[in-house]
Ligand binder design. Structure first.
Ligand SMILES: Nc1ncnc2c1ncn2[C@@H]1O[C@H](COP(=O)(O)OP(=O)(O)OP(=O)(O)O)[C@@H](O)[C@H]1O
Length: 752
């Protein structure tokens, strides 16, 4: 029998396997309600509570940023955070019930998730879910902005990975009426080749769930039908394929004809949207885009060709259609959330969930990582950089005077990112000028760090010196492959740069998708897409969900648009690579204006690690960790991969943060201790005043501390008298509630 140990409210709870202890339930939520951060032990509800309380006390926007590897539980945590806030804060007019949030995630998971080698239901886009709170601390409105959708997944993806869930749901779940209304019969028949019977049954159930969720969030049956038509047309375009040589055209016209019918246009119109405006030229390869990249290839993988192949044109339109559909979906979801009480919102809580670190090797895959995976890793790195800035740099800056003379070892910045754009990568390094330029424009510009030196001759930078024999960028012995050391070299990812030139060029067919939908002869399609066109869709294809609603939502949208429209960005935004960087800039700029709470999610186990300690991933971590391979521990019923966990903890710089904490920084109580340990209290009247100000800035009640001449004493908190969770098995006590009720703060709404 295994013992599960869990701390709640500073009290260790013991329970035994047998009676199930729910870590996430309304009962547990109420244990955290109203608590202060220092009263609670680590739990995702504690983070939600701390952010909520901080927002009520300071009236400052808050954000909760989730970091970690793919499959480490970020989206799951995000859902728990929303459920906590929706339950504890409540909403005006009961508009924002937990059921409605569940409906939102059902829809997002259908259209934005897919099965990857690292996660059976991986998020393939980045999102900011914002809750706007009113004077009473209740949710008054909400909105969602999405960016970095992996739209090319509809046309090409790593071998053995799936496209977006919704395709499988639709093709498995469409009933007779829907099949009659949309010519999906052939598509449904061919889908049965892809899915096993039990998978098909599950997908069909998910389709019913999706339809119900769309109804709950106000998406009408006509609107839904428009969605199924566009999805069906994308599927048929894939089956139509494109010619291998000669004139650029569809390979199988009968499928293209069906796609045109579903889109409400003629075959000629569809054909010209896909292939027109393309310079004539010889075609190198072509096949159906439903194959993997290895099979499909990308015309000019050598980096020398400049013409788009017929297949690339087709990929452009199909991914453009999906991108437009996703943008519309987000717009419709926001339409629902904005319906009520929009004028009264005062502060926002932003929940940031992005696809986690991708490393095919962790899933025992021998392929190199793709460009899309680089983009997700880049986003994670930028968020980690933000963590570094907020946790270390700004904290030290804040207490610079107090800490004068106190030795603080600041962890170095991750240098995997900062490749100087102004340096040239020569072809002698094994990968082409274009791929080098691509990497540089994605990872480098404007970072403003001084130059370092890369031993192999390429100059790049990290803001600190590169340790001898180490480089964040290494050549692979495979052609057009390279390694990038993410998370301070704890997560080496091998990339395959074949065909990356594709991403520095505009694909006109992608741009044609919007016009095709707006000009559709099918009213249910054209009215929907025409209706949403305009200023709200300015960044269509990049950021979705910029419609106005509450003042706070408008402010966020304006801030994001600004990132795209000012300075150098405005001139270069036509480059797809720059667009990716700008999307991440917009994400980071938006949350930077708020108080940020970070949640680091850790992957407990990975196929590519635990099974083979001598695997490539293991060989590329430092020797001190190599010694510990094979060390696994059992916690409860789960096998943990200790070396993998250790690498993640190192990569997230959590230990450095804890060290800072021990030195007296990084938390209200820590800051208090720091005031004492630095000897600041008795040194001078000025220091004394600084400590007083410090204490005032913390939300500690005056009665909970005593300030003397040389030290500050914290008064011992009294234990909480009774448990409200008598019915919850295994939980014997609860955290001490603070004097301030979370949903009804003392001293007036949103105030002290
Ligand atoms: N605390 C947990 N305990 C057990 N399983 C969990 C926990 N959190 C998440 N999971 C499971 O792990 C899987 C991956 O979770 P999730 O999709 O939330 O990860 P993620 O970090 O968002 O991944 P990605 O970055 O790929 O989107 C899911 O099947 C989920 O049910």
């Amino acid at each position: 029998m295994h013992t599960v140990r869990q701390r709640y409210g500073g009290n260790l709870i013991h329970t035994y396997a047998g009676p199930t202890v729910l870590l996430h339930s309304p009962q547990v939520m109420h244990m955290f309600k109203g608590c202060r951060r220092e009263d609670t032990s680590p739990h995702i509800y504690a983070v939600a509570q701390a952010a909520y309380r901080s927002m009520l006390m300071s009236r400052q926007d808050q954000s909760i940023v989730l970091l970690g590897s793919s499959g480490s539980g970020k989206t799951t945590c995000c859902q728990h955070l929303i459920q906590y806030l929706a339950t504890i804060a409540g909403s005006t007019g009961k508009v924002f019930s937990v059921e409605k949030w569940q409906a939102l995630y059902t829809i997002l998971e259908a259209f934005g998730n897919s099965s990857t080698s690292m996660n059976g239901n991986a998020t393939r886009f980045s999102q900011i879910v914002s809750l706007d709170f009113d004077q009473a601390g209740q949710v008054a409105s909400a909105s969602i902005q999405t960016m970095l959708l992996e739209k090319l997944r509809v046309t090409k993806r790593p071998a053995n990975e799936a496209t977006f869930n919704v395709f499988y749901y639709l093709l498995s779940g469409a009933d007779n009426a829907l099949r009659k209304a949309t010519p999906l019969a052939e598509a449904v028949a061919s889908c049965s080749l892809v899915l096993q019977p039990e998978e098909k049954q599950k997908a069909a159930q998910q389709f019913s769930k999706l339809q119900a969720a769309m109804k709950v969030l106000g998406i009408s049956s006509d609107e839904q039908k428009a969605f199924w038509l566009v999805l069906g047309s994308i599927y048929h375009l894939g089956a139509a394929g494109a010619t291998k040589a000669g004139r650029k055209q569809f390979a199988r016209h009968e499928w293209a004809q069906k796609a045109a019918y579903m889109l409400g246009c003629s075959l000629e119109e569809l054909s010209s949207s896909v292939f027109k405006h393309q310079p004539k030229g010889s075609l190198q390869r072509s096949t159906s885009f439903r194959q993997g990249p290895e099979e499909a290839g990308l015309g000019d993988g050598s980096g020398t060709g400049l013409l788009l192949t017929a297949l690339e044109c087709l990929e452009g339109l199909a991914s453009g259609l999906y991108s437009e559909l996703f943008t519309l979906l987000i717009s419709l979801l926001n339409r629902y959330w904005f319906t009520s009480h929009i004028q009264h919102s005062l502060c926002s809580m932003m929940l940031v969930d992005t696809p986690g670190f991708q490393n095919p090797e962790l899933a025992n895959q021998s392929r190199g990582a793709s460009f899309e995976e680089l983009c997700h890793n880049y986003t994670q790195e930028r968020l980690q950089m933000l963590f570094h800035e907020r946790t270390f740099t700004q904290e030290l800056e804040r207490y610079k005077e107090v800490l004068a003379g106190v030795p603080i070892l600041l962890p170095q910045k991750s240098y995997g990112l900062y490749i100087g754009a102004h340096n040239k990568i020569h072809s002698s390094h094994g990968w082409g000028r274009f791929e080098g330029a691509l990497l540089l424009c994605l990872l480098g510009p404007g970072q403003g760090f001084p130059l370092g030196t890369w031993p192999a001759g390429v100059q790049f930078t990290n803001g600190v010196s590169v340790p001898t024999g180490h480089s964040p960028l290494l050549r692979s012995d495979k052609p057009r492959h390279f390694f990038l050391g993410h998370s301070y070299d704890t997560n080496w990812v091998e990339y395959d740069a074949t065909g990356w030139l594709h991403y520095v060029r505009q694909n006109p067919a992608f741009q044609n998708a919007a016009a095709l939908l707006q000009d559709s002869q099918k009213k249910i399609i054209s009215s929907l897409f025409m209706g949403r066109a305009g200023t709200a869709m300015v960044l269509s294809g990049s950021i979705a969900g910029l419609e106005g609603g509450s003042q706070l939502a408008l402010r966020r949208a304006t801030s994001m648009r600004k990132t795209f429209t000012t300075g150098v960005a405005a001139m270069k935004k036509k480059s797809l690579c720059i667009q990716i960087k700008l999307q991440v800039d917009a994400l980071v700029d938006t949350i930077k204006k708020s108080k940020i709470h970070f949640v680091h999610c850790l992957l407990p186990k990975a196929e590519g690690w635990s099974g083979d300690p001598k695997g490539l991933a293991a060989q590329r971590i430092s020797s001190s960790e190599l010694d510990l391979h094979g060390e696994h521990c059992e916690a409860g019923l789960m096998q943990l991969d200790v070396p993998l966990l250790r690498a993640q903890v190192r990569g997230s710089r959590l230990l450095d943060a804890l060290r800072m904490y021990r030195q007296g920084l990084c938390s209200p109580l820590g800051r208090l201790a720091q005031g004492c340990s630095a000897g600041a209290v008795a040194d001078s009247p000025l220091s004394l005043q600084a400590v007083e100000e410090l204490l005032e800035s913390l939300d500690l009640e005056k009665s909970s501390y005593h300030m003397g001449l040389s030290r500050v004493s914290l008064l011992v908190f009294l234990p909480f008298p009774a448990s409200p969770l008598g019915t919850c098995p295994g939980l014997c006590t609860a955290p001490r509630p603070s004097g301030l009720a979370a949903s009804a703060p003392q001293g007036g709404p949103l105030g002290r």
